[in-house]
Design a protein around this ligand. Sequence first.
Ligand SMILES: [Zn+2]
Length: 436
Amino acid sequence: MPDDASFDLIFRKASLAGHEHPVDIGVRQGRFAAIAPEIVADAPEVVIGGRAVLPGFVDTHVHLDKACLLGRCGHLHGGLREAIAAVSAMKREFTVADVYARGAQVLDRAIGKGTTRMRSHVEVDPRVGLRSFEALKALKRDYAWAIGLSICVFPQEGLTNDPGTEELLIQALQDGADVLGGCPYTDSDPDGQIARLFDLATRFDVDLDFHLDFDLDTSWMHLDEVCRQTKQRGYGGRVAIGHVTKLSALPPDAFARAADRLAEAGVAVTVLPATDLYLMGREATHDVPRGLTPAHRLLDHGVVCSVATNNVLNPFTPFGDASLLRMANLYANAAQVGPEGFPACVDLVTTLPARLMNLTDYGIAVGHPADLIVLDAPTPAQALAGIAEPIMGFKNGRQSFSRPAAQLLAPAREVLQPRAASLEANLDPSLPSLRA
Ligand SMILES: [Zn+2]
């Protein structure tokens, strides 16, 4: 490594995928400038102590506009239809300030849990107009220091059956929306909605992201029509579908055929474990199906997949801390993935969603933005297994958060020997620190 290079910051001894031993990572002007076993240079240092680093988690599917609604009204927690109706009633009262405040709560949590890129869906229709969209634009601007936010506008309550919605979507696309979403299952003409959305996406040159096939009835699927349109329009690599829980109900041969169709068309799949597990299979009185599509099996067929958050603390999912590592852990647990599959489950919340979102500058590589998080574990797979907290994060080379380890305060008489603070024996027990 040339020692004449100057750096603004050097990360020391970072455990990085693709490197057998910990490496030093140099940052210059907000970008990664060098990765080497040892960088000889004078610069402020961050001691990583052999902990795993990742370029941050990538959450491809979040609803910031309808997050944190628990307690707002006395709705019953039923299935999908009840959740849509509950939010439909509430969103007439949404103001820009209200959506901003609730979205900010989720972003604060997500940033502290290590998410550096996010795609948020936002409902646009005559009930809420463009108020939620305006709030998301402000959040995107105000949080750019910590997270890259991409805004996906979509018609939650139908398009062809909801007059005025298409005009509002067009207005949003003219005014900064990054992606166009869809929800054919609430439309009286699902194939008509799919066709209209492909028309609009082509016209505005944006990617598409559908909520799709969100039940366990395998007698029909909109997946076929989305794949057909994707191929016909030459849109492979630019289309994602979320939930697709029907795939979880297919026997192996039919599943393999569907997976091959998705891979061939270039349609990506997002699995949303918290919502899918909460809402699917409610008609069962016992032996309740999980309703969780096995993303790790789709990977074997060459389908690009992600695991994402979806809803946080609302009628669709009354849980959530915006942690993608916890979500990947939940997915692996519910999908019965063993340790041999943990690295792939980490990929489902990092590199694969970055591909789904066509983020060409994501990853710890020379020239890319210096986005990086430090996990309190020697490998990402071990972090996934134990839900190790991210202890610090950087965006464009600037520190965006820190999380000191919990300090146990045992009574003095019970302290027999000093113990390493870290769960993992082979880590440097001293906390990573900034040294000026
Ligand atoms: Zn969603």
